[in-house]
Design a binder for this molecule. Structure first.
Ligand code: ZN
Length: 130
């Protein structure tokens, strides 16, 4: 399990930012406790209440159950599960799925103002699971 380099940087196809994809020692999903498939870290920016841009990193876990609500994530989950590459270490065609991951992250970026998602995350945070 312990790879020398567990994190792989895949250039995103849709923007100038880089995605950091963690493929080893992925934690369990905070919502349903399923083993996470992979973890993506990316730069994210939003406006604070004064209207200034705030830049930060956001970390998203690909959960085989919870992430299925998102079309691009569901595609990714099916791809990974079809080949039983749950650990992902053996995936040499990482560039191939890099595009899928980039599309997924891009859709998450669009979603960051989603009030429902915010409320769900806030709820998780209140319960101490986020
Ligand atoms: Zn889950």
């Amino acid at each position: 399990m312990t790879e020398a380099n567990p994190e792989t940087v895949v250039p995103a196809l849709t923007c100038q930012d880089e995605l950091l994809i963690r493929i080893a020692d992925v934690p369990a999903c905070p919502a349903c406790d399923s083993p996470g498939l992979l973890l993506v870290r990316f730069r994210n920016s939003w406006k604070n209440q004064s209207g200034d841009d705030v830049h930060g990193m956001r970390e998203i876990l690909l959960c085989p159950l919870c992430s299925r609500g998102n079309n691009t994530a569901a595609e990714l989950v099916s791809y990974l599960e079809a080949d039983e590459k749950t650990a992902l270490e053996e995936i040499e065609e990482l560039e191939e799925i890099g595009g899928m991951i980039a599309a997924w992250v891009e859709s998450l970026r669009q979603q960051h103002v989603d009030e429902g998602l915010l409320a769900a995350e806030y709820d998780q945070w209140l319960r101490g699971t986020l």
